[in-house]
Design a protein around this ligand. Sequence first.
Ligand SMILES: [Zn+2]
Length: 200
Amino acid sequence: MTGCQQCALPLPVSPEADSALICGECLHNPPPFTHTSAAFRYLPPISDQITRFKHQRDLVAGRFLSTQLAQQLRLDYEYQAWPDAITAVPLHWQRQLWRGFNQAAYISRQLSLELKIPLLHCCRRKKATVKQQQLSRKQRLKNLRQSFEIMTNAKDLHLALIDDVMTTGTTARELSSILLKAGAKRVDVWVLARTPTPGT
Ligand SMILES: [Zn+2]
């Protein structure tokens, strides 16, 4: 998939174009993570498979999507070092109560097995006390930042942060920044799919 090297946003260029492509958003507001790999664009029919995996625990779809991501990663990391460990984005707090299944943790386990990279359970979500919908954008970001907690020593580690879909990249930015502040040396983001335009 041709996209921004940093956030994987699909860009309207041919695969033969310069490989060091960076999108406008990453140029103007550089994210703390170094690189994003995505196996797919978040469009039908892949988006339907992701929904079935996420909301109906369709593990056949989950395994297929994770294997496709592993194949994409083998290409993306042909000329760069693999991360030292894989870590999953903790389940978003607004979904935690009604959906016990963390799709990011499932993808992480599959990738760890396929790529032989250890899993590290280094972040968790703190209990949510405020309803996110009632907050302004600024308050939401603050709330998001305060909702993650680092449990394990991430010092000097190159980490891969796993999520199912990257939309605006806000969660990936916040969590990467927390991991880097905790001493991680580099954070990459691995997602099944990337939305074609930010915020959609
Ligand atoms: Zn970008």
